[in-house]
Design a protein around this ligand. Structure first.
Ligand code: HPA
Length: 272
């Protein structure tokens, strides 16, 4: 079965559950599951039950697809995503984005935990991605030579939808939450960076570093699916004063910002 047939099979399987066609897709990153408390849940389906979905291997990720409503807006949310460092192919980790599009999703919001390299970013800050640098070693579009997937050479001049970003800023302002902006560089991981690597990535023009999001955003752009992404700064990556950091700390810091982030996402989604 080729990728398009797999997408069709997963989509048909999900559509056989009865629910209103989702209009908004959400991908929730490491330690960032609180949005689900805003969803009136119709179905929550472990990934391993959905045909052709990879199975999440990261303990901090719940690994389920949630169908339901935020306000009147029908949504599909990924509680936990797939990462390249887990051993999947790029096409596997972006598979759910193609399924969301096939289900009828028109806009996509993503979140992630990221290291803050811009010295003005502090632990727990929320940062709207204004652009990205892709330093992952593989590309989810490699080998997809049929126009059925979308354009062969997708334009990336505006990978993040300015209107969605504007809506996130308005929602943050209304809730008295500071939403900063920054450029995200995506690396393979799973190790964190050395001091020399943080220096290098900062010099390259990035404000944040993480191990996700960019592959999904590339596929969303190929599918012409407008998207926006928000990072939670979970560690301060100052190469001149770098402290050891563990995944447990990263998850704990993400949890402290999860409510703020989820309130903003929920407010935006309810208005879409
Ligand atoms: N580097 C890479 N990925 C991350 C980091 C980091 O410092 N923090 C959270 N995810």
């Amino acid at each position: 079965m080729d990728l398009l047939q797999q997408v069709a099979a997963a989509t048909a399987w999900l559509q056989a559950l009865s629910f209103e066609q989702p209009r908004v897709g959400v991908v929730l990153g490491t330690g960032l599951g609180e949005l689900t408390s805003h969803i009136k849940i119709a179905h929550s389906i472990p990934y391993n039950q959905i045909p052709h979905f990879p199975e999440s291997t990261v303990e901090s990720h719940k690994g389920q697809l949630i169908l339901g409503h935020i306000g009147k807006t029908p949504v599909v949310a990924m509680q936990g995503r797939f990462h390249y460092y887990e051993g999947y192919t790029m096409q596997q980790i972006t598979f759910p984005i193609r399924v969301m599009k096939a289900l009828g999703v028109e806009q996509l919001l993503l979140s992630n935990a990221a290291g803050g390299m811009n010295p003005s970013f502090k632990k727990g800050d929320l940062i709207l991605l204004e652009d990205h640098i892709n330093m992952q070693p593989e590309n989810p579009l490699r080998g997809l030579n049929s126009s059925a997937f979308g354009p062969r050479f997708p334009d990336m001049s505006r990978p993040y939808d300015p209107l969605l970003g504007q809506k996130l800023h308005v929602a943050a302002d209304a809730q008295g939450v500071v939403l900063k902006s920054g450029i995200y560089v995506s690396v393979m991981g799973p190790n964190l960076e050395t001091r020399a690597e943080y220096r290098f990535l900062r010099m390259a023009g990035a404000d944040l570093v993480g191990m996700s999001t960019v592959p999904e955003v590339i596929v969303a752009n190929q599918l012409k699916l407008p998207c926006a992404a928000v990072s939670v700064v979970t560690d301060e990556c100052d190469p001149d004063n770098l402290h050891p950091v563990s995944i447990e700390e990263i998850i704990a810091v993400a949890a402290t910002a999860d409510k703020k982030l989820s309130n903003i996402f929920a407010a935006v989604v309810a208005e879409l």
